[in-house]
Design a protein around this ligand. Sequence first.
Ligand code: DQA
Length: 143
Amino acid sequence: MKILVINGPNLNMLGIREPGIYGERSYEALVDFVRGVCESHGVEATFFQSNHEGAIVDAIQEAYGVMDGIVINPAAYTHTSVAILDALKAVAIPAVEVHLSDVSAREEFRHVSYAGMACQATFAGYGFDGYRMAVEYLLEHRG
Ligand code: DQA
């Protein structure tokens, strides 16, 4: 199984940005963690991080016919991007949404998720472990 792990804007600043919310571990540590999870399940993982909405749309489109699943933390674009929602719907690859923080317990504007409307499940508020849950969800629900 091939999984594309997409992280949106400012997640490259993990460890530096608001550590009280997002933790003290870096983006590289996140990639190492998720890669370890994937290796333990025999999953081939590809990682993509961008601060640019269109680049994320491009990455989703390029996954068509190549990837079997997408794990996506669209970060701030979660709450604004119809383009990312439409890209996920266009490729129709099974996708799972992840948020490090519990977005439902934060500001009102974080309660809406456009990307989530095209995802099979959401894991929010579990930190890095949410990515493990997402990978395992895709494995358990693969067609
Ligand atoms: C986030 C939550 C978003 O609201 C925020 O804009 C982020 C990160 C999370 O992982 O908790 O950048 O997606």
